[in-house]
Design a protein around this ligand. Sequence first.
Ligand SMILES: Cc1ncc(COP(=O)(O)O)c(C=O)c1O
Length: 407
Amino acid sequence: MKPDQQRGGVVPLAARTSRLRSSAIGSVLRLAESPGIIALAAGSPARELFPNAAVQEVTDRLLRDDPDALQYGDTAGLAPLREWIATRSGTRLGTDPRPDHVTLTHGSQQALDLICKTLIDPGDVVVVDRPSYLGALQVFRLFEADVASIPLADDERLDALSTALRGGLRPRFLYVVPDFANPTGATLSLLQRRRLVELADRYGFFIVEDDPYGELRYDPYDRPGLPALASLSDRVLRLESFSKVLFPAARLGHVTAPAELAPVIGMFKQAADLGNSGFIERVVLELVTRPGFTDDLVQAARLLYAQRRDALVAGLRRYFGDKLDFAVPGGGFFVWARFPDATNADDLLTRALTHRVSYVPGTDFYAAAPDRATLRLSFSAVGPDQLTEAAHRLYLTWAERQDGVVR
Ligand SMILES: Cc1ncc(COP(=O)(O)O)c(C=O)c1O
């Protein structure tokens, strides 16, 4: 630090720090942890599904038998795990990625950072759905992208996007969560998927397909989903994560990128942290390659989350009737709701906390012009009885505001 800066008592920070907002995700997670609160805020997986015993067994074995368990590894990720990912993508999605096009990342959140490093200069346009995942918006803003929010899932023919492109909008990439999106739970139809890749081809932009929830499909859970964007176009960077189906403390995700981008992403990964934890990668590899392990876990998750979703939906219907609008999500972790009387969900949150229930107001999910009557309710980490109680508490919160009573 320069002496004059020390004297002034103020540490001058890099210009980009002015784009940091006080972390919305951080405050959400803090809310969720407050004692006595039924947390519908954080999108955490159910702890009942964590494979603790299997992790312990594998960990013991690796530490006993594998001399390299604690060694540095390949900075793009453990080769056999990247091979497993490529093969599974082939069988699940009908894509045929090469393992060296897969980069393992510190959660899919880091993949967003690496993609921006690879593709975004200040002022470049990134198109997002309206609303969109707030963790992605946070990254795009830090890279000084010009974030254009355009309704995607709500626009069956993607007319708004085509009009904007015809009018001269030239995105570097479009970011979308095609299955059971965070925060809306919405899924792109087949027509929308086809339109999207057509437009990407015509106007020459990449698509960043972020798919942490695609396997968590509830209606019906035994049928295949719609085709991944990556199976329809080679302009797609596809992100997946072990967080939601395995466990988020692994901090393990991956990005599969087109041939011209994968090595660049790999270099940024190397510069960022020299690679993920090779130990965790080995643990995950051992788990996912056990016969039936992943499929059993996915099946158990689908049953448990479907039950939770149904409990929350039933509770909201019972208490709110027509005073709360929402669509029932076919998968994922979230019910996205809106007060038809335009109650401000930002203002209501403090009162909700006094009723010991939390949620995320919709505002942070909008890149611009937020609809403040919206809120995200996460059902993944809360048992069915608690979800019914949470719906009741939310209703009391709302009703109290209606009566104008301050308690
Ligand atoms: C749409 C979406 N993308 C990315 C992430 C980040 O997940 P992780 O970094 O744990 O893989 C999340 C987490 O909630 C998410 O909902």
